[in-house]
Write a protein that binds this ligand. Structure first.
Ligand code: ASP
Ligand code: MG
Length: 408
């Protein structure tokens, strides 16, 4: 019986230049090949290649055809995969690159937002079970029923790596990034932020969804579904990283992290008639234009009219304003307001909703810093406040001091 293969993943910034690609090859050799292990390495496109390709398409045509965009985007990962295979060969190991089709990754759904349907990595397997030592596999892409490439959403290489790890029965999925693990807050803002040794799937999904940049939320969801352990560590630095796995059993509350996101904008449709179908109409129109929304809050104002406010990614604000403006006219609402100068700050910890003192503490910390709260929402594992983006750094530091440095 052959040994299982370890699945590794390197992100775009770790592969941004030829030197970095060579560094990655060295890393794969030192960490795995020199120890006699065979690996499948999933790669993102070099640096900001995907953004560059999207820009190229936008400058070429005003009609963005999802299929063509996807056929273009997948070339980014094909470049980095082939180059990494060459760099590994140069170190004296047998490496071969595989694109999404060659690696047997099937996807369904809309272009640019594909979902993995199945992974049948027969060619990868027979290469690794035979003479091959390294299979380099393109992240972010799969092939649909029509035989066309479909991409898996921005940051989708993490998902490809986890799915391939499940298919190849890897005992864990090693994700190398430009940070060396999952932290209690962004170390660029909070110098005392600590690296977490372990974080549960639940916490990590919440952190990713609320703006932490380390892992893509969908990939962690997929990992938790299949019990695939994820290990996050630096592609440059040595030293221990963070394990993402099922939760450790422990009673009591542990606030794990303070997470923030500056790339959001708030938009509100004011004075909408309080009748059935209004929200359905608004959010169908937003969905049709591909505008994802979060933190929807409807407030009852004056008897027969409501305000509906929500957050969108800052890059989608223009679209959202257009859709909301048209809709406000159509339903005779009072108007639309928006604010791009907002951000959100969240505290994350499993079981946080069972502790009634926590919201009060969070809001007191913010008010103690003179910070006004614009919107509030909570789930069983997090509380989020929308505040002015100029106050985010201050809020993150104060919340970290209070909840994670025991300054109570
Ligand atoms: N290259 C793709 C992106 O920039 C996929 C990834 O990096 O994971 O979104
Ligand atoms: Mg990326």
């Amino acid at each position: 019986m052959s040994l299982p293969f370890v699945v590794l993943k390197f992100g775009g910034s770790s592969l941004a230049t030829v030197d970095r690609i060579r560094n990655v090859a060295g890393r794969v050799k030192n960490d795995y090949l020199d120890r006699g292990l065979k690996v499948a390495v999933v790669v993102s496109a070099m640096g900001k290649t995907t953004d560059g390709l999207i820009d190229l398409a936008q400058r070429t045509s005003n009609v963005l055809n999802g299929r063509e965009l996807d056929q273009l985007l997948v070339t980014g990962e094909q470049q980095s995969a082939a180059l990494l295979a060459m760099a590994i060969e140069e170190l004296g190991f047998r490496a071969k690159s595989f694109n999404g089709a060659q690696a047997g990754i099937s996807a369904t759904g809309y272009h640019m937002e594909g979902r993995i349907a199945d992974v049948n990595p027969e060619r990868v397997l027979s290469w690794l079970e035979g003479e091959g030592e390294v299979a380099v596999v393109t992240g972010f892409q799969g092939i649909n029923e029509a035989g066309d490439f479909v991409t898996l959403g921005r940051g989708g290489s993490d998902l490809s790596a986890v799915a391939l790890a499940v298919a190849l029965k890897s005992s864990f999925c090693h994700i190398y990034t430009d940070v060396d693990g999952v932290y209690t807050a962004d170390p660029k803002i909070v110098s005392t932020a600590r690296k977490l040794t372990n974080v549960s799937y639940e916490e990590c999904i919440e952190m990713a969804a609320l703006g932490a940049k380390v892992l893509q939320a969908r990939s962690v969801e997929f990992a938790s579904l299949y019990d695939m352990l994820i290990y996050v560590s630096s592609s440059i630095l040595e030293g221990e990283g963070t394990w993402v796995k099922e939760k450790t059993i422990k009673e009591g509350l542990a606030i794990k992290a303070v997470v923030h996101d500056k790339n959001i904008a708030k938009i509100a449709v004011l004075g909408v008639p309080d009748v059935p179908g209004i929200a359905a109409g608004l959010f169908s129109k937003l969905a049709d234009r591909g505008v994802g929304v979060e933190m929807i809050i409807q407030s009852v104002m004056r008897g027969d009219v409501n305000d509906i406010a929500f957050l969108v990614k800052e890059t989608l604000l223009g679209e959202a304003i257009e859709v909301c403006g048209d809709y406000a006219r159509e339903i005779d609402a009072q108007g639309v307001t928006y604010d791009a100068e907002v951000g959100r700050v969240s505290i994350v910890g499993v079981g946080l909703s069972l502790h009634p003192e926590i919201p009060a503490e969070m809001f007191s910390v913010l008010s103690g810093e003179g910070i006004n709260i614009d919107m509030i929402s909570s789930t069983s594992n997090s509380i989020t406040c929308v505040i002015s983006s100029s106050m985010i750094d201050r809020a993150v530091s104060a919340l970290h001091r209070h909840f994670l440095e025991g300054e109570k």
